[in-house]
Design a protein around this ligand. Structure first.
Ligand code: NAG
Ligand code: NAG
Length: 316
């Protein structure tokens, strides 16, 4: 598939992937910013550049592959692409637990979206034949499968509304946020694996032999994450210096954990935002501007990052 219009949707997918990644990780030490920089290059370049095999790379691959599947599929249903349209298999009558219905309207052809994502994104790995390629292919597929799992059936009644004598239904992909939430949970529970050369192909195995092998929708990774507390060009970590943190939270977004024990600075800022928005008939939304003064907490810089502080090396 090299049709220019499809390439536009693939790029849309990369954009969707960045926004979702940044949303899911806004409170974490790794906030998807390295991916952000990479995503501004073409998707192919990005995938080649995220060549590390940490669980963050696993998430980046899965969400990109998922978002491309999603955007291509939705573009098909909207009639934006000549290569595809609605799912032609959803025709005739069928049954669900409410009873009989007719397929009608436009069902999303997720199979087409998956094949484009597979052809386009997996292509970067096929030629590699190394452990990382096997890891990436697994995570790409997990992303595509997740999108497919979040389909919802919508139905319409025709005729007398209370009896619903004729029901037509179609299936569409649910909002992408659900895929993002699911993949974030899979990231939290990602499975560490090793790759072994079998007689015919390389296969994934858990590093702890008592653990269950990864399922097709698990995210897998090969090596530990770099230390995201510290800025390092080598690992692509931006560190957490200057990140806004939550003073009261005990979670990773709290100042204690997000700032990695370096402490935080407090500043009083005045922010203006839209508030008391009202809908006026028809069709306008009018808001007031509210000004609020609040304390903002940001992580202190790393030692030696801003003002050179004398560092004492403990020799105990
Ligand atoms: C992520 O964190 C870095 C610094 O730690 C910051 O420069 C960047 O703006 C953050 N990105 C987002 C999307 O919040
Ligand atoms: C900070 O964390 C607390 C506790 O988790 C939460 O209730 C509060 O809404 C958070 N504040 C902000 C500004 O996110």
């Amino acid at each position: 598939v090299s049709h220019p219009k499809i390439m536009v949707r693939v790029r849309d997918g990369a954009q969707t992937a960045i926004s979702e990644c940044q949303f899911q990780f806004k409170n974490d030490r790794w906030n998807c910013s390295t991916a952000d920089k990479l995503f501004q290059k073409s998707v192919t370049e990005q995938i080649r550049l995220v060549r590390s095999s940490s669980r963050e790379a696993a998430f980046a691959h899965a969400i990109t592959s998922a978002a491309v599947t999603y955007e291509v599929t939705r573009a098909c249903s909207r009639g934006h692409l000549i290569e595809c349209s609605c799912d032609g298999r959803k025709r005739g009558s069928s049954k669900d637990n409410t009873g009989k219905f007719e397929w009608g309207g436009c069902s999303d052809d997720v199979q087409f979206g998956m094949s484009v994502a597979e052809e386009f994104i997996d292509a970067n790995e096929i030629a590699q034949h190394d452990g990382r390629a096997i890891m990436n292919l697994h995570n790409n597929r997990a992303g595509r499968k997740t999108v497919k799992a979040f389909k919802k059936r919508k139905c319409k009644c025709h005729g007398a509304t209370d009896t619903c004598p004729l029901r037509t239904c179609w299936e569409e992909l649910d909002e992408f946020r659900l895929t993002g939430n699911y993949l974030k949970r899979k990231y939290d529970g990602a499975v560490r694996v090793t790759v072994r050369q079998g007689s015919r192909e390389m296969t994934l195995h858990t590093t702890v032999s008592s653990h269950k092998p990864p399922t097709k929708r698990d995210l897998v990774y090969l090596e530990d994450s770099p230390n995201y507390c510290i800025r390092s060009e080598a690992t692509g970590s931006l560190g957490t210096s200057g990140r806004e943190c939550n003073l009261t939270s005990k979670g990773i977004d709290g100042c204690a954990l997000l700032c990695c024990g370096r402490g935080h600075d407090t500043s009083r800022v005045t922010r203006t935002r839209k508030c008391n928005c009202r809908f006026h008939f028809c069709c306008e939304i009018r808001c007031k501007l509210c000004t609020e003064t609040l304390d903002v907490y940001t992580c202190k810089p790393e030692l030696g990052q801003e003002e050179p502080t004398r560092q004492t090396v403990s020799s105990s």
